[in-house]
Each structure stands twice: as structure tokens, then as C-alpha cells.
Design a protein around this ligand. Structure first.
Ligand code: DGL
Length: 266
């Protein structure tokens, strides 16, 4: 059981930032990743559509006999955590609750900003998770949909990205937030631009990193850690043709990704 892979899924490529965080924290765990590249983006879609997709994505990982499921996608975590839990036959973790927990722990002034896709922001999932932990915290949310294509394009320090970041983050600056949750898989790629747009004292929370810490805790609690100290196997599946995924994916993952396979049934 313990040598079985951790299953990670996302609407597409962005979830590789979460895999990156997982491999740093848990360097001996085997991982199977599924990116729904044929149907990305999920962020502008209706909650019901995302829930239907999430059920199918989960079924795919279940068919790969994973020991745990990590929902790397903030949008799925926000609107379909219950759907994934219903279909999974293993422990499930989304990125919202760990991200909210890390933000509450980091915030001193109790003024937290959240940026994410339209669906994530509309769901208010981060707001509810934060306020469940601390009712005194004020939460200010802002959808930043253009950050997704900018990150995929590799426009990390591009003037256009700086301009768009200024526009999106201005209302959060006005609210004098002291902590900002990067509530979308793609945003850690634009971390430097986001930080330099805000005051330097604002703490950025990478939900993927917070989730990796929680995955480690759950593996220990359930005694599911892989005892092997050999280089683990990372296998990537996508629902569209793999070529473009590999090219952009290595930037998100921070390492070579080997052969990417096309998942059956999508
Ligand atoms: N993976 C999505 C998220 O974290 C961003 C991309 C999309 O809209 O599908 O919300």
C-alpha cells in the first residue's frame, strides 16, 4: 500500500506547481498526475460543470490505485471537494483549507486578501475557510483570470503582466491587506511580480506549499509514507495531446518530466 502513488489532479498544467511543492517536501513518494488539458480552463465554468469534470478526473485516479488524492486545482477544491470525496476510495485533500490555515497563521493585522479564478472567488470557499478559523479576520477577494494565460505564456517579468497585476491588486492594496493567498495553481509562477506590486511586508501564501505540508501530516498520521529511499516514479497523464503540456510543464514543475501519456476515456 505505502509504495502506491499519490494521485494529484488539476484542470491542466498549473497543478504541477503543487507537484513541485510535493516533491520538495516528500522526495520519495511516487506520484501520478492527471491534467485535464482537453477541458481547461475550469475557472470561468459553472460550478456544476466543474463538479461533473471533477467526478471523472477522480475516477481516473481511482483506476490508477492511488493511496491518496490531492486536488491541486483551487477551482475544484472550492466547488467540488465533496464530489471528489464521494468518488475517491482514499483520503482526499484540497488546497483551500491548508491555504486558509497558513494565511490565518501568518496574518498579524487580520486583513487577508485572496486572488483566484472567477469560480474560486465566487464560491467564497477561502473566505469561509478563513473565517471558520478566526471570525475576526476580514477577507478581501479579487479574481485575476488573466494571470492564468500570462503564466502559461511565460510572461513572468513582462510589462503587460506588471500592468495587469497593478490593476488587479489595486483594490487589495487599498484594503491594506497584510497577507495574500495565491488561490490558483498558476499564481506562484508570477510570485515576484505580485510581491513587487504589493507592499514588501505583505506575506504571500502559496496554497500548494501549505497543502504539501498537510499531505505529509496525513501520510504520517495514516502511516502511509513510502518506506523506499529510491528515486520515485512520477507519471503524468493528460486528456489532450501531450506535446504542449511537456514544453510548458517543465517550467511549472522545475524539472524534466519524462514521457507524458494520454489518459483513456476523456
Ligand atoms: N487550476 C485552476 C485553479 O487553480 C486554474 C486554471 C483553470 O481555470 O482551470 O483554479
Amino acid at each position: 500500500m505505502n509504495s502506491k502513488p499519490i494521485g494529484v489532479f488539476d484542470s491542466g498544467i498549473g497543478g504541477l506547481t503543487v507537484v513541485h511543492a510535493l516533491t520538495k517536501r516528500l522526495p520519495y513518494e511516487n506520484i501520478i498526475y492527471f491534467g485535464d488539458t482537453a477541458r481547461v480552463p475550469y475557472g470561468p465554468k459553472s460550478p456544476q460543470t466543474v463538479r461533473d469534470y471533477a467526478a471523472q478526473d477522480t475516477e481516473f485516479l481511482v483506476s490508477q490505485h492511488v493511496k491518496m488524492i490531492v486536488i491541486a486545482c483551487n477551482t475544484v477544491s472550492a466547488v467540488a471537494l465533496d464530489v471528489v470525496m464521494k468518488h475517491a476510495k482514499a483520503p482526499v485533500i484540497g488546497v483551500i483549507i491548508p491555504g486558509a490555515g497558513a494565511a490565518v497563521a501568518a496574518s498579524r493585522k487580520k486583513r487577508i486578501g485572496v486572488i483566484g479564478t472567477i469560480a474560486t472567488v465566487n464560491s467564497k470557499a477561502y473566505t469561509h475557510a478563513v473565517r471558520q478559523l478566526d471570525k475576526e479576520v476580514e477577507v478581501f477577494s479579487q479574481p485575476c483570470p488573466l494571470f492564468v494565460p500570462l503564466a502559461e505564456e511565460g510572461w513572468i517579468h513582462h510589462k503587460a503582466t506588471e500592468l495587469i497585476a497593478k490593476e488587479y491588486l489595486f483594490p487589495l492594496k487599498l484594503e491594506k491587506i497584510d497577507t495574500l493567498i495565491l488561490g490558483c495553481t498558476h499564481y506562484p509562477i508570477l510570485r515576484e511580480t505580485i510581491q513587487s506590486t504589493l507592499d514588501p511586508q505583505v506575506t504571500l501564501i502559496d496554497s500548494g506549499e501549505a497543502t504539501a505540508a498537510e499531505v505529509e501530516r496525513i501520510l504520517d498520521e495514516k502511516q502511509l509514507r513510502n518506506p523506499s529511499k529510491l528515486k520515485p516514479h512520477l507519471q503524468f497523464y493528460v486528456s489532450d495531446l501531450p506535446a504542449k503540456f511537456t514544453e510548458i510543464g517543465e517550467r511549472f514543475l522545475g524539472q524534466r518530466m519524462g514521457r507524458v501519456l494520454r489518459a483513456e476515456g476523456f
